[in-house]
Every structure is written in C-alpha cells, then in structure tokens.
Write a protein that binds this ligand. Structure first.
Ligand code: URA
Length: 248
C-alpha cells in the first residue's frame, strides 16, 4: 500500500477516500450511513443548542423572524414558473410556535384551490394521524417543500426547489420546532440532502440543523398501501415521546 505518512495532504485524502468507501458500502448494504443515522430514541440527538435557542426565542426581547415576515417576503411569488400556473400560494398553516412541523411535498389540486396545505384525501388522513397523536391541526404546523402546485401533480423540479426552499428554511427558523416530520421521500430527501431510500430513512431521528427530523411515509402512499400505516404509527409514537407533553 502507498505510504502517506510523509504528506499530510495525502493522508487526509486517504482518510476521506476510506470514509467515502465506508459510507458507500453501508448504503450498498441497505444500511443508513452512521453519520446520518440517529437511534429511534430522541435522547440520542444532542438538541441542547436547539432547546436553548427555542427557549431564548420565546423570551428574548430581540426581534425574531416571524412567519408574517416570511410571508411578506414571499409576496406574490413569481420566482419560478409555477407562479404563472398556480391558483393560490399554499404558504402553510398552524401554530406559529408549534413543537412539531409536518413537511409534505407540494400542494395538490384541492390545496391549490383552497390555498391550504393537506386538505384533500391525503390531508384528511394526515389530520387523523395528528388526532391519533392527541393533537389538533391547530396545535401543529403543516407546510410543504413547494408552495405552488406543479401542473398535474408532477414531481417538483430542482429549479423550483431552489426557488422555494429558502422560504421553508425561514419558516422552520421562525417556528423553531422540537421535531420535524418529513412526509415521504421527497420531503426527506430535500431536507436531509440525501438519496437514501425512505424505507431506510424512516423510523429514525436524523439531525436537521440541530432539530430532530423523523422521516415517515407520505399519507398519499398510505392511501395506496394501507399496510404501511403500522410503520407510520411506530414513527409517530417515537415523535410523541420526543414532544414535551407525552400523549400516549
Ligand atoms: N400532498 C402534499 O405533499 N402536500 C399537500 O399539501 C397535499 C398533498
């Protein structure tokens, strides 16, 4: 084997290569790479910084970013081509101080018409999941990666995500929740910047800027695959344990 002892740059390169190979072999073996994988237990993630900032944001006299500020900045958005074809912007709704934020993919037809997230069939199922957690829609915050409906509900495009994601990031910053629940592949991949399959990602907490993020299946997937509800219920129970008032 090539010696790298004399050259720190080569040594570093070898280290990076071996780390990359290790991560790739974990992905190939169907495992979540260790750097991505948190345990199912929320305590495993060090959220002390996020907790502190949450506490400060609720007491600090400093002007914090509000959802109103974000909405104002978004305005009558025409940053991508979806602006021309939408009926309404679906900004998101719920408790601006929610402990949990649900993030879906993009508005569908019903949401586009009403300007509200998750109000169609998948949304009704999400509302039932929230109720099963002992919560109401008003207790949580619900939003999407995209704020405008892609025509025919096609998948969001990279340039649309690039235009819209900064507003989601600011919404999450304004709310500063304890937990984010990423609904489906698209939300999980966009937030975690990974292509690891949702089957591997779900059921474990991942770190999103110091906030615990639980990926789970999208309610629309559950409508087509009711057998997966059991796994979503398991994921949701882990979320409930991570929330301050335990409901179970
Ligand atoms: N699916 C989503 O991802 N978001 C909605 O708001 C509705 C359906």
């Amino acid at each position: 084997m090539e010696s790298t002892k004399e050259n720190p740059a080569d040594e570093l390169l070898a280290l990076v290569r071996s780390l990359k190979a290790q991560i790739q072999s974990e992905i190939d073996a169907g495992k979540t790479p260790a750097y991505l994988c948190m345990t199912g237990e929320p305590a495993a993630l060090d959220t002390s910084a996020a907790d502190k900032s949450r506490a400060q944001s609720r007491t600090s006299p400093r002007k914090e970013l509000t959802l109103g500020d974000v909405k104002k900045e978004l305005g009558d958005c025409q940053r991508c081509s979806l602006g021309r074809v939408r009926t309404n912007i679906v900004f998101g709704e719920g408790n601006p101080k929610a402990e949990i934020v649900f993030v879906g993919e993009a508005p569908g037809g019903d949401e586009d018409i009403q300007g509200r997230p998750f109000v169609g069939r998948a949304g009704q199922l999400l509302t039932r999941i929230i109720a099963a957690m002992g919560l109401k829609r008003d207790d949580v915050y619900i939003c999407n990666i995209l704020k405008c409906r892609p025509p025919g509900n096609r998948n969001p495009r990279p340039e649309e995500i690039a235009a819209c994601e900064p507003f989601l990031i600011k919404q999450l910053e304004a709310i500063n929740p304890r937990v984010i629940c990423a609904l489906g592949t698209f939300a999980a991949h966009t937030l975690l910047k990974t292509d690891v399959p949702i089957t591997v990602l779900r059921g474990k907490f991942h770190a999103y800027h110091g906030i615990q993020l639980m990926p789970t299946y999208h309610p629309a997937y559950l409508l087509r695959n009711p057998g997966a509800k059991k796994q979503v219920w398991e994921d949701v129970q882990k979320i409930m344990k991570a929330l301050p008032q335990q409901v179970s």
